[in-house]
Design a protein around this ligand. Structure first.
Ligand code: NZQ
Ligand code: ZN
Length: 387
């Protein structure tokens, strides 16, 4: 096991009917709230009324900022920053999924700087101050509710880049599984893919083989995410499955599972961000295209981790590592297909002739994330396996 520092200051309030506590929780951080939300779901589901009532019952003044799109964009972040500054809000209450929370993090940082918010994404500036954030999660996938990162697309440059800073951990996140009953089947599937990909990025890319605890945590969480997703697709109002999925997705990217594994990369996310930046597809849908191809490509040279994954998660009994790795990858891909997430570029209507364009875009993030082995050629070869 490698040395590490684990620090996660987000308070989690988890359970049935907890969303009504948002006012009480938010009131600890100020009086004037910027309530950030997405396109239309919270008004349809009643979550908007619930949150607004709770905030007002705690005598909070609410300024609304709606319209965050899935795969949030910089121009909308800038509007939010302007409003937060004009209105001099004390805190942000983010009500939605990863997109709303990510955009809220960018607004939180942007509201407390005189510079341009995009500078934080391109490492030209460091976040030294930010508005406090309280979240009410309505879609369990990204773990943005319990981590310090956020992802936004700059429509002018085509870069889907991340912001990250300790100050951007939400202060409190309310995880009420009943709010996710209305998440449609497609996003339920994409969420399962995303949580699994968060877990395996470190599992597959860290070099230290002496990580039995971390390995088993990942394998248990992957199996649990698959089982819960299967159950939710049968019955979207299965409370136990929604609750298990919600907490599993949070644990998948809150820093717990990679603690002690040493340096690791996020190559699948690096490539996927170009798919959602260029084609505006759902993040999880992009990952189910990239991950099986990346696994096949990477296992060619070093199959042992992939073989272990196949054996532990899918019960593959092949003794040969290459074969066990190939069968494990095929089993994961088959599960992605069964739940309705695309596994080829063609299935997402992305022409194979675009591969050089996608690779050229992805390499910008590879540079930022110092994934130096991922040249345009390598990324192109991986994508060729996903045609
Ligand atoms: O906009 P509305 O109308 O609210 O609809 C949303 C959206 O269309 C809808 N939705 C959310 N909750 C719902 C609901 N529909 C019905 N009932 C509910 N309870 O679902 C759609 C997708 O929402 P979105 O927030 O975009 O999904 P997700 O949580 O998967 O977030 C995706 C974004 O997060 C980024 C992704 O790149 C993508 O931009 N990520 C953030 C990470 C982080 N901060 O740590 C890590 C991830 O790897 C990821 O990159
Ligand atoms: Zn992800």
């Amino acid at each position: 096991m490698q040395s590490f520092t684990f620090w996660n200051p987000t308070k989690i309030v988890f359970g049935k009917d907890t969303a009504g506590q948002v006012g009480k929780q938010a009131a600890k951080f100020g009086q004037k709230v910027l309530m950030v939300y997405g396109q239309s779901s919270i008004k349809k589901t009643g979550v908007y009324d619930l949150v607004k009532k709770s905030l007002e019952a705690s005598s909070l003044q609410v300024v609304e900022f709606a319209g965050v799109k899935s795969n949030p964009v910089l121009s909308h972040v800038r509007e939010g920053v302007k409003l937060a500054k004009e209105q001099q809000v004390d805190l942000i209450v983010a009500v939605g999924g990863g997109s709303v929370i990510d955009e809220s993090k960018a607004i939180a940082a942007g509201a407390r700087t005189d510079g341009d918010v995009w500078d934080f994404f391109i490492d030209k500036a460091t976040v030294r101050d930010a508005l406090p954030i309280v979240t009410v999660l309505t879609l369990a996938a990204t773990a943005s509710e319990m981590n310090s990162g956020g992802v936004v697309t700059n429509e002018e440059t085509g870069q889907k880049f991340n912001i990250g800073a300790p100050l951007l951990f939400p202060k409190v996140s309310i995880l009420d599984p009943t709010l996710t009953y209305t998440v449609p089947a497609n996003y339920t599937a994409y969420s399962g893919v995303d949580a699994i990909c968060h877990l395996v990025e470190g599992y597959f890319t860290a070099a230290d083989p002496n990580t039995p605890l971390q390995d088993r945590l990942v394998e248990a969480l992957v199996k649990t995410v698959m089982e819960s997703t299967d159950r939710i697709l049968v019955d979207p109002r299965d409370y136990e499955a929604r609750a298990t999925m919600m907490w599993s997705a949070t644990l998948a990217l809150n820093g717990l599972t990679p603690a002690g594994i040493g340096p690791f990369g996020f190559p699948n996310h690096m490539i996927e961000h170009s798919l959602s930046a260029l084609y505006d597809i759902a993040h999880g849908a992009g990952l189910s295209i990239v991950l099986p191809a990346w696994m096949a490509y990477t296992a060619r040279r070093a199959p042992a981790r992939f073989a272990r994954f196949g054996r532990e998660v899918f019960g593959i009994s092949e003794a040969d590592d290459q074969q066990a790795a190939a069968k494990g990858t095929a089993a994961l891909k088959a599960w992605f297909e069964r739940i309705g997430s695309p596994t080829t570029l063609a299935a997402a209507d992305i022409p194979a002739t675009d591969i050089p364009k996608i690779a050229a875009n992805a390499v910008m993030l590879a540079k930022k994330w110092r994934l130096d082995d991922y040249t345009e050629e390598v990324i192109g070869e991986i994508l060729q396996l996903a045609r």
